[in-house]
Write a protein that binds this ligand. Structure first.
Ligand code: PEP
Length: 257
């Protein structure tokens, strides 16, 4: 079954709402219907820019998906500083990143918390982009498949096969995020195939064939084609390069000849 590639730009804690509008306008200027037909394009601004980007996308009928970088697992309550899944759904966000390594390492998002967030996002009709990936020490010790398979299994706890089939998993080796070091296309393929293998074990072949698996970690215009040529890589979660609309457009247009 053909899986539609998905390119998602995670802006992290960058771009105020005015800068965010400029970036999306310039991105849209570069992309046309052929690109959107070939690839799902998603922008993931900070919370403060979500409303501005939602109105821009809807006002100009841009076929660009909107995502959020995180959410709380509860729908409402005394959680000062947090944002809930139904609030994001109301803004018509379609995607929410769950368990980005920066959340896991800096803000204590354990596998169990990531799973709660994944289920909250699904319960409100959005698609989780669930991030998994090993640290440099874990890779040096040869533990990468074991670590990632544990994260995938824990993150998908109590997620049904139908839900998992529409989910996005981003394999992001921590040592490659924001460092300029990219996994080789072959290493990235091995790990994305391993993630698909875990999904096959947890569910079945049809869920494994449907789930989309992104690679993330210093994806740039210069390496995107090699990565996308791999059988189990269905897109990219892009940090730094997505802040530059010219570069992100080239990444989204990878399928053009
Ligand atoms: C990320 O933050 O998910 C990421 C992959 O960042 P970068 O592309 O900058 O490595």
């Amino acid at each position: 079954m053909a899986r539609k590639p998905i390119m998602a730009g995670n802006w992290k804690m960058n771009l105020d709402h005015l800068q965010a509008i400029q970036v999306v306008q310039q991105l849209a200027y570069h992309l046309d219907t052929t690109d959107y037909d070939a690839t799902d394009v998603v922008v993931i601004p900070p919370f403060t820019a979500l409303r501005s980007i939602q109105t821009l996308i809807e006002g100009d009928r841009l076929p660009i998906g909107l995502g959020a970088q995180n959410c709380h697992w509860e729908a409402a309550g005394a959680f000062t500083g947090e944002v809930s899944a139904p609030m994001l759904a109301k803004l018509r966000a379609q995607y929410v990143i769950c368990g980005h390594s920066e959340r896991r390492t800096l803000f204590g998002d354990s596998d169990e918390i990531v799973n709660r967030k994944v289920r909250a996002v699904l319960a409100h009709g959005m698609t989780p982009i669930m991030c998994v990936g090993e640290s440099e020490e874990q890779r040096t010790a040869g533990e990468q498949e074991h670590v990632v398979s544990g994260q995938v299994t824990a993150g998908l706890h109590d997620v049904t096969g139908d839900q998992a089939a529409d989910l996005v998993v981003a394999y992001e080796p921590i040592w490659a995020i924001g460092t300029g070091k990219t996994a080789t296309s072959e290493d990235a393929q091995v790990m994305c195939a391993a993630v698909r293998g875990v999904v096959r074990e947890l569910y079945d072949g049809s869920v494994a064939d449907s789930i989309r698996i992104q690679y993330g970690g210093s994806v740039k215009p210069g390496n995107v084609r090699d990565l996308m040529a791999q059988a189990d890589i269905d897109g990219a979660l892009v940090g730094g390069a997505s802040l530059d609309p010219d570069d992100f457009a080239v990444i989204c247009r990878f399928a053009r000849t």
